[in-house]
Design a protein around this ligand. Structure first.
Ligand SMILES: Nc1nc2c(ncn2[C@@H]2O[C@H](COP(=O)(O)OP(=O)(O)O)[C@@H](O)[C@H]2O)c(=O)[nH]1
Ligand SMILES: [Mg+2]
Length: 335
C-alpha cells in the first residue's frame, strides 16, 4: 500500500520545512510514504528547500496557475506514481501532519473513499468569531447542496483513494475544496470526516484577502459547479421562480379583468407575460444544460479510461526499458 502526500505550494520556503518534518514516514497499514510538492511558480526558494528536505517528487509550474490547478497537477502525478491513497495538505503547516494516520484510517478500513479533516473550527482559538460563523454557515450550505454531510467544507486536509482520485476532475480556477465535495455527491462517493489538529497561526491565508472576497468566490463556485452537475434542478428552480412571479402578475390582471376593472391593470399583464417568458426560456436553457451535462458524463467516462490506459502504457514502457537494459547486460556478459 503506497501513500503519496501531496503539497501544493506557492512561496512556502519558510513553512515547508516544518510541514515536511511533521509528516510521519512510517504508518501502520502503509508500506511506503512518499511526498510530492507542486511548486506553483513560486518566486522564492520553495523547490530548492523541498529538494534539500529530501522530498521525493517535485513538480514545478513555470508560472503561477492557482491552487485548483496545482491540486489537479498533484493528483495526476500521484496517480502516475502508483499511489493507492493520496493525502493533500497545505504548505503553510496549517494542518497537523501527525494526524495523517487518523485521516487515512477510514480508507484503510474501507469505510470511506474520501476523508475530509475537520478542523473543529469552533474550538480554534486564532479564528475570529466572523470566520467561525462563516465556516458554520458555509459548511451547512455546501452539505445541503452537495448532499455530503461535512462539518468543515473548505478544509484542505483530505485523503482519498486512488479510484476517487481518478474520478475527480477539478475545473474550478480558484480552489478545489467546494467543487470536490459537489462532485463527490454527484458521483456517490463515500465521504466521511475525522477531527484533525490545527497548528498555531503561521501566516494569514493568501488565497483570500478578506471575508467578502471569500464569500464571493465560494458562492460563485457553488452556483457554477452546481449548475454544471445538476443543471436541470438548478434551472427548473430558477425558471420556477420567474414563472411564479409572472403568473401571479397575470392572475392579478385576470382578477381585475373579470371583476370589470381590466383596463387599469394592463401593466400587470405586460410585466407578467414578460417575466413568464423569461421563466419558460430558463426551463429551456435547463434542458440544454442537461444535454450538455450528459455529454460531460460521457467525456468523464472516456477520460477515466484514457487515464487508465495512459498509466498502463507508462508501466509497459518501464518494463520494456528494464528488459532492454537486462538484454544489454546479458549480451555484454556473453561477449
Ligand atoms: N495563495 C495561493 N496558494 C497557493 C497557490 N497555489 C498553490 N497554493 C497553496 O495552497 C495552499 C493554501 O493556501 P493558503 O494561502 O494557506 O490558503 P488557506 O487555505 O485559505 O489558508 C498552500 O499550501 C499554498 O501554498 C496560489 O496560486 N495562491
Ligand atoms: Mg493556509
Amino acid at each position: 500500500m503506497k501513500l503519496v502526500v501531496q503539497i501544493p505550494c506557492f512561496n512556502e520556503e519558510k513553512t515547508l520545512p516544518q510541514t515536511i518534518a511533521d509528516i510521519p514516514r512510517k504508518i501502520a497499514g502503509i508500506d511506503q510514504v512518499e511526498i510530492l510538492v507542486v511548486d506553483d511558480g513560486s518566486s522564492d526558494a520553495t523547490s530548492r528547500v523541498a529538494e534539500e528536505l529530501g522530498v521525493e517528487h517535485i513538480i514545478r509550474h513555470p508560472g503561477n496557475r492557482g491552487l485548483a490547478a496545482s491540486f489537479q497537477t498533484a493528483i495526476d502525478a500521484a496517480l502516475r506514481l502508483g499511489a493507492d491513497i493520496i493525502v493533500n495538505t497545505d504548505g503553510d503547516n496549517q494542518y497537523c501532519g501527525a494526524d495523517i494516520p487518523k485521516l487515512i484510517q477510514p480508507i484503510l478500513e474501507a469505510k470511506a473513499e474520501v476523508v475530509v479533516g475537520d478542523r473543529e473550527v469552533m474550538k480554534v482559538s486564532h479564528f475570529g468569531p466572523g470566520k467561525k460563523l462563516l465556516s458554520r454557515i458555509g459548511s451547512f450550505v455546501v452539505s445541503t447542496v452537495s448532499g455530503v454531510e461535512i462539518p468543515d467544507a473548505v478544509s484542505g486536509f483530505r485523503a482519498f483513494t486512488r479510484q476517487a482520485a481518478l474520478e475527480l476532475n477539478i475545473v474550478s480556477s480558484f480552489s478545489y475544496t467546494i467543487e470536490m465535495l459537489l462532485q463527490c455527491g454527484r458521483k456517490n462517493l463515500l465521504v466521511t470526516s475525522v477531527p484533525v489538529g490545527v497548528n498555531g497561526k503561521l501566516r494569514s491565508s493568501r488565497l483570500f484577502r478578506s471575508i467578502p472576497q471569500f464569500i464571493f468566490y465560494s458562492v460563485s463556485t457553488l452556483l457554477r459547479i452546481y449548475s454544471m452537475i445538476r443543471p436541470l434542478r438548478f434551472f427548473l428552480f430558477l425558471g420556477g421562480i420567474f414563472s411564479l412571479i409572472g403568473l401571479s402578475a397575470i392572475i392579478r390582471f385576470l382578477f381585475f379583468y373579470l371583476t370589470g376593472d381590466g383596463g387599469g391593470h394592463i401593466q400587470s399583464l405586460v410585466i407578467g407575460g414578460s417575466v413568464l417568458m423569461i421563466g419558460v426560456m430558463t426551463f429551456l436553457i435547463g434542458l440544454l444544460a442537461d444535454l450538455i451535462a450528459f455529454n460531460r458524463q460521457l467525456i468523464e467516462g472516456v477520460l477515466l479510461r484514457s487515464k487508465n490506459i495512459d498509466m498502463e502504457m507508462e508501466k509497459l514502457h518501464k518494463k520494456v526499458d528494464q528488459l532492454v537494459v537486462a538484454q544489454k547486460d546479458i549480451s555484454s556478459e556473453s561477449k
